[in-house]
Ligand binder design. Structure first.
Ligand code: ZN
Length: 197
């Protein structure tokens, strides 16, 4: 079509979530038609983000600072820790402004099918944070999938001996559903209706 540079660009864009070859071609064309206004700012934003963003050593969030801006926020309730599967879930809860404590990103869920075991999840830092003694409640905000439920049960057993209250988000999370696609009201309801695990 338009040479190897354009093919390469389209191939990279097509790998992004929500993009297929068709939307990748449309996005590439849109940018190529206005390189100064659309393409160069995007290129420098990408390079800047790749350079600046790191994983928070405390919670696993992505931020340009470590510890992240959530973890260093002194207005937050440091006694409540919300455990989520991925950074996307943390961002969804933050956007909805429904949780005013801290977070912990697991980095996945246990999955026999995908070969994800306990050693692949960010749990040692979770146990270390709880051992510091400030945490009173751990909210398990995992998706309503089989793997999410398995992981919640496993975490409940693992955390029980620490003595912290363990709760799970309640109604509103659709069966088979992930958290980061829910609207703000549903997220708020799910968090409000949390129950003891
Ligand atoms: Zn953090």
């Amino acid at each position: 079509m338009g040479g190897p540079e354009i093919d390469h660009l389209i191939a990279l864009l097509a790998k992004l979530p929500g993009m297929g070859p068709r939307s990748a071609r449309r996005a590439a064309l849109k940018m190529l038609q206005q390189p100064e206004a659309r393409m160069l700012p995007l290129a420098s934003a990408l390079a800047e983000a790749a350079r600046a963003v790191k994983v928070c050593a405390d919670c696993g969030n992505l931020d340009s600072r470590d510890p992240c801006s959530v973890c260093i926020d002194q207005h937050r309730d440091r006694s409540v820790l919300c455990v989520v599967e991925g950074v996307g879930d943390l961002w969804a809860l933050e956007r909805a402004m429904v949780h005013h404590g801290l977070y912990h990103v697991l980095g996945g869920t246990l999955s026999a099918l995908s070969g994800v075991g306990p050693e692949d999840l960010n749990v040692q830092t979770l146990l270390a944070r709880i051992a510091e003694g400030e945490v009173r409640e751990v909210i398990l905000a995992l998706g309503a999938t089989v793997d999410g439920a398995t992981t919640a049960h496993w975490l409940t057993d693992l955390l029980r001996p620490t003595g912290v209250a363990i709760t799970r988000v309640g109604q509103g999370v659709p069966i088979g559903g992930a958290l980061d696609v829910l609207d703000d009201g549903t997220l708020a309801a799910a968090l409000r209706s949390r129950r003891s695990a």
